[in-house]
Design a binder for this molecule. Structure first.
Ligand code: AMP
Length: 392
């Protein structure tokens, strides 16, 4: 069946999710409440999503036979990560019903294609260049005033595959560090690396947009994001930014969703600069960590909205019900959290993803603090959960 076909997937039918992590788990929890059934493809036997699904295909994400099995067991396919193997993506979009299509993956798997798409949509992005050779890097280092970020075009996440460049940087060392990444991801026509001018941002924000099969859109309120060690640490809604920045951010998200002919949910990460400019940084063609707070803070969560969009149901009202602050619980935060779980304030909602091993920096869950933002920030700052070892 063609992915362009527009039809309604009814409750009782089965949604197949490629990937069994926390995003798949929260999609399945939202979809189960609506009566959908779920099958998950993931190599880990007891993955977070499989724990709440009806069935699991236990195989590698790039296993073509397993992808066909998933397609056979499901009436519709979605994914919870963008680095889907190209062959698997094309099988799923040709032989199954995957309304998000494989083009969205083709674009968002590659930072240069993504940048070009944003430029085509008419949204501002940081100045950038493709870097093929060490000479290219030296040239662009000078051109950018020696401040930038060098990124792999594929496969980077949570700050991996990126190198911050400052005037003191030793380019030879950085170039050497890149080489293993280039060998893994290969060289292609668009250039193996992208160099971005460093944006002196005052805030990082995201807009989550959902677009239905008929082109109708719904925007979640703009979210403010704070990172630590390249990993999202905390998100705040509504973002504490001027009205005009909210307008620019939402306008950019709408333009990108239209340009991509999006079906489903897309997170658009952006920078707000001191002068009030909003620059788009990157796209995630799925529900996003910064949107976890929509579960309690909005009338409809990003996960339910995603399920509605791909299944051809009307998008639901998703207005903000309360301000909220979400903090990620990483492996190192789990023990201190569990120690005080019986004393958490009443406005704090706990989500854990059912992962067994609390490895350092592994996303184990999140907490969403509802209500006044300053009170939430005070709780987070004074709680020992996110303190470093030396602060404890
Ligand atoms: P990314 O993987 O592109 O989301 O980048 C991870 C983080 O690096 C972002 O959340 C920013 O904090 C920072 N970053 C990425 N690109 C830039 C840029 N061009 N200028 C300044 N900071 C950046």
């Amino acid at each position: 069946m063609s992915s362009a076909a527009k039809h309604v997937i009814l409750p009782g039918q089965t949604i197949g999710i490629l990937g069994g992590g926390q995003l798949g788990r929260m999609m399945a929890l939202a979809g189960r409440a609506m009566g959908y059934r779920f099958v998950v493809l993931d190599p880990a036997p007891d993955s977070p999503a499989a724990q709440v699904a009806d069935a699991q295909v236990e195989a590698d994400y790039s296993d073509v036979k397993a992808a066909r099995q998933l397609a056979k067991e499901a009436d519709i396919i979605t994914y919870e990560f963008e680095n889907v193997d190209a062959q698997v993506a094309s099988i799923l979009s040709d032989e199954a019903y995957m309304p998000q299509g494989s083009h969205l993956l083709f674009i968002t798997q590659h930072r240069i294609r993504e940048k070009q798409t944003m430029e085509k949509a008419g949204v501002p992005v940081a100045k950038w260049r493709a870097v093929f050779t060490f000479n290219d890097l030296k040239t662009v280092f000078q051109e950018s005033g020696k401040r930038g970020i060098l990124k792999t075009t594929r496969g980077g996440y949570d700050g991996k595959g990126q190198w911050r460049i400052v005037p003191e940087s030793r380019l030879e060392d950085i170039w050497n560090e890149c080489q293993p990444y280039l060998r893994v991801h290969g060289q292609d026509e668009a250039g193996p690396l992208i160099y971005e001018w460093l944006v002196p941002f005052v805030r990082e924000i995201s807009v989550i947009v959902t677009r239905g099969v008929q082109g109708e859109q719904s925007l979640f309120p703009v979210i403010e994001n704070h990172h630590q060690n390249g990993i999202l640490y905390m998100s705040i809604v509504p973002a504490r930014i001027p009205e005009e920045a909210v307008r620019l951010a939402q306008q950019a998200a709408v333009k990108i969703a239209d340009q991509l002919q999006l079906v489903g949910t897309l997170a658009v990460e952006m920078f707000l600069t001191e002068s009030g400019e909003v620059l788009v940084n990157e796209l995630a063609p799925r529900p996003h960590n910064s949107g976890h707070l929509t579960i309690e803070a909005c009338a409809t969560s990003q996960f339910e909205q995603h399920i509605r969009a791909i299944c051809g149901l009307p998008l639901a009202e998703n207005r903000l019900l309360t301000p909220a602050v979400m903090v990620n619980v990483l492996g190192q935060h789990l023990h201190p959290l569990l120690e005080q779980i019986d004393r958490l304030p009443r406005n704090v909602k706990l989500h854990l993803y059912g992962k067994r091993e609390p490895k350092v920096h592994r996303k184990m869950g999140h907490l969403t603090c509802l209500g006044d933002i300053d009170t939430a920030l005070q709780f987070i700052g004074s709680s020992k959960i996110w303190a470093t070892d030396s602060e404890r």
